[in-house]
Structure formats: C-alpha cells, structure tokens
Design a protein around this ligand. Structure first.
Ligand SMILES: [Zn+2]
Length: 462
C-alpha cells in the first residue's frame, strides 16, 4: 500500500527510516529495521477537520491552552487514545463514523480522560501491572506508542495475549480500575458537549456499536474496545445523560457533514481502493464526496490525465476549497507537469486558512521538480518555511535535502537529511549525517549548532 501513498496522504513510519538519502549522497546504513512502530498520516485537509472537531470540546474541558496535539494514525481499526498531550485517532475511526458528531463524541470522551488526569494515574496503575503483554493487550496500540516513546521497543508485538493466571489477575485489576475512569470520562464528555451546544448522540451511537460488535462472535475486536470496556450498564447511563440534553437531536451543520464525507472519501480511496471508496457513496454517486473519491481513486490507479479532469469538475464547483487545488497539484506532479502543479499548490496555499506547512512543502516540491535554477532557490525557501510551520514533517526534509543537493550545497543537504532521520525517530543515522554536515560548516554557525543539537540528543528513557 505504501507505494500508493502520495505526499497529500504521506505516511511517516516512526523510526522505520522512511527517509531516503538524496541522490548525491551515499546511502545511509540500514536503520532500525526491527523497530515496531505505528505509521502516522500527514494530510492538511484531515488534520484541519479533526482539529476543528476537537477545539470546542478541548476548550470546554479547560484544555484550550494546553497545546494538545491531534495525531492521525494510519490504521483501519477503530481507535482513539491519549498519551501525554497527544490525542491519537485512527483513520479507521473517521471512516467508520457516519457523522462529525460521532467523532466529536469520541474526542470529548478522550478530553475527559486528559482533564481527569487519567493518563497519569493509568501509568501508575500499569506500572503495578508490570507485565508488558498485559499492558499492551489492555491498551491496544496505545501501549505500543507509550512503549516506543519510552524506549521499550517491540512492546506491541510481544502482546500475544497469552494469559497465565497471574497475568489474568493483573488484567482484571486494570480493567476494574478502567471502568471507573470510563464512567468519569463519559460524564465529563457529556458536560463538554452540553457546554458547546452539541449532542451526545454520536458518542452514544459509537459506544453502542462497540458494545454490539463485542457480543457478536467472530467479529474483529478493535483496539478501542479493549481499552474502553462498554458494559450494558455503562451504555444505559450514557443514554440517560445524553437524552436529558435539549441538544440531543441537534444535527451537524450540512457544510461540516460534507467536509466529513470528503475526508472519508479521501481515506477510503487511499487505504481501501477506488472501488471501495465508490461504494461508500453509492447512495449519492453524483455528489461532491463521490466525485472526490473517484478523482483520487483514478489518480492512484495511475490515470493522471482522467484524474485532472475529474478534480477540475470539483475546482469549478468550489473554487475556494484549498484541498481541491492541493489535490490537483498532487495529480499534476504525477502527470509530470510540475510547473502547473506549482501554480495549483500556490493557489491552495493562498486559500488555506490554517496555513498548513504540508501544502507549502508541496509547493516547494513542485518548484524543485521544474528543474529551473531560479525555481530551486525558491523551492529551498518554501520548503524551509513549510518546515518551520511543521517541524516534525519528516518527509519534508527529504525534499529539502534534494533541493540543496541540486544546488550543490552538500553540508545543508546532509543537515536536512539528518533532520529527516531525527524526526523519523532514527537517531543513529541522524547523528551520522549531522556529524558529516558539521565538519563542513563554520564553527558556531546556525547549521553547525543544529547539527550539534542532534549529535547531543539523548532519547528519553534510554
Ligand atoms: Zn475511555
């Protein structure tokens, strides 16, 4: 599947050395090939929407200024979880949720966990559980992320779920503790939704769906179910609280519902293929989400020319939608028309209210691809500006390294390569390239200092 992933839906594999060396440099040594990690999705449109979903409930939870970051995980299962100041949400969660309200309900519930300090106490509880396999099984992928952050690599893979007596007891103790926290998070979520004038119907629908599929034999169990036990009693309490609100029957605004459907169209096309994406909107095959799914599906199946004409239909219908222009740029890049792609990316940048670094990096990439010397300098500036907005967008450093390479600036190309490895979590290669770059840079210059930061970096917990 990774061959299908374009920049607009770029996936970075943490610590899996997603970064290729620029052409002029020798290939880096093989990275931590054994590292087990999750893959994250970087996409301006999806990120903007999910942040909009989260913002009001986070503010209602008193977390508006806490710098909570939303991270998209490339995984078809239903899951959302919190580690530290990050809310992780699977693409599968967005795909399975019919309405914005369902996702907002899940985010409100997760905000309830953060505001309640559950993460911290859960850590302590899990420390007492001791057995990593129990932790990983109870938390699902959340434990794998916490594990990779603290250096316990391979944690997720070790979660074979084979319980001995002692492990089973530990698991029960964690689960019983969790039940209390789940009820608390539900109540907090209801409060946040009430404060923001939103319905808890979507949250109720989500947990009902999870409870139903849990009781069916042979149905795949999503990680969210493992970390969020939904006994009937919990559903009943939730329903009583949800129905008590005068907002219960309030629907999402149609414009928001449409953006939700476009995001589902994009995720379906990228992760499940052209046909599956089409089936998602078979009730309204002439609608904008269906055309969007078709355009992306056509693009991914390699027919860029037909995809351009499909995306142009959407651009004509909604000329101010930045993501249509971004996708047009993406398609034109594949079609080998970088100058026109650059124009589309520039339009997308101008229209994007969130000034996403991802779109700007796309613009820089297109400029670089024109092969014109004057565009190369501009490409470096745009890539740097995009990366200054989105410092952890690892793939962007690869383009920056290429642009520097084409300009013949070897030290800067090596430093960009080091940064790319660094933000992929591949610290060993990051240090190798930082050391190479530093040798060629004036002592104390900004590049030299950045290289020194990378060389000095010690990953937490190792
Ligand atoms: Zn929960």
């Amino acid at each position: 599947m990774s061959s299908l992933l374009s920049r607009a839906f770029a996936v970075r594999l943490l610590a899996a050395a997603a970064l290729a060396a620029p052409m002029i440099l020798p290939a880096p040594p093989p990275a931590f090939a054994q590292a087990r990690n999750i893959s994250l999705v970087r996409d301006a449109e999806i990120e903007a929407l999910v942040r909009e979903y989260a913002r009001p409930v986070l503010e209602a939870a008193g977390l508006g200024r806490s710098g909570i970051e939303i991270v998209l995980v490339n995984d078809p299962s239903f899951n959302a979880f919190v580690t530290g100041r990050r809310i992780f949400i699977n693409t599968g969660t967005l795909l399975m949720s019919q309405t914005p309200n369902e996702v907002i309900g899940v985010l409100a519930h997760e905000a309830g966990h953060i505001a309640g300090g559950h993460q911290q106490r859960l850590r302590e509880q899990l420390a007492r559980a001791q057995t990593l396999a129990v932790v990983a099984t109870v938390l699902g992928v959340g434990a794998a992320v916490a594990g990779s952050a603290s250096g316990a690599r391979g944690l997720g893979q070790s979660a074979a779920g084979i319980f001995t007596g002692g492990m089973e007891a530990a698991r029960r103790s964690v689960l019983s503790y969790q039940r209390t926290e789940e009820a608390t998070a539900d109540r907090s979520a209801i409060t946040y939704l009430e404060r923001t004038g939103q319905s808890a119907k979507g949250m109720l629908a989500t947990f009902e769906r999870l409870a139903d599929s849990m009781t069916l034999a042979g149905v795949r169990v999503d990680p969210y179910q493992l970390s969020h036990p939904v006994p009937r009693e919990r559903i009943a309490n939730l329903e009583t609280l949800a129905r008590a609100s005068r907002h219960f029957d309030r629907k999402d605004p149609p414009a928001l519902q449409q953006r939700h459907d476009m995001v589902r169209a994009k995720i379906a096309a990228f992760t499940q293929g052209h046909a599956a994406a089409g089936r998602l909107f078979r009730d309204n095959p002439g609608g904008v989400p269906a055309i969007y799914a078709d355009a992306i599906g056509t693009f991914l199946s390699g027919n860029a020319r037909a995809a351009v004409s499909k995306i142009d239909t959407l651009v004509r219908a909604a000329p101010k939608n930045p993501y249509f222009h971004e996708m047009r740029g993406e398609i034109l890049m594949k079609a080998g028309r970088p100058a026109e792609a650059a124009t589309s990316f520039a339009t997308a940048m101008r229209l994007d209210p969130h000034r996403s670094g991802i779109i700007q990096i796309g613009y820089g990439q297109a400029l670089m691809a024109t092969g014109k010397q004057e565009d190369l300098r501009k490409a470096v500036n745009e890539l740097q500006a995009g990366l200054s907005r989105d410092r952890e967008y690892a793939a962007g450093y690869r383009y920056l390294a290429q642009a520097y390479g084409q300009l013949g600036d070897v030290p800067q190309a090596e430093l960009a390569t080091a940064d790319g490895h660094f933000y992929s979590g591949n610290y060993r290669d990051a240090k190798i390239f930082a050391a190479r770059a530093q040798q060629k840079m004036p002592n104390g210059s900004p590049g030299w200092l950045r290289a020194q930061d990378i060389i000095n970096y010690r990953p937490v917990g190792r």
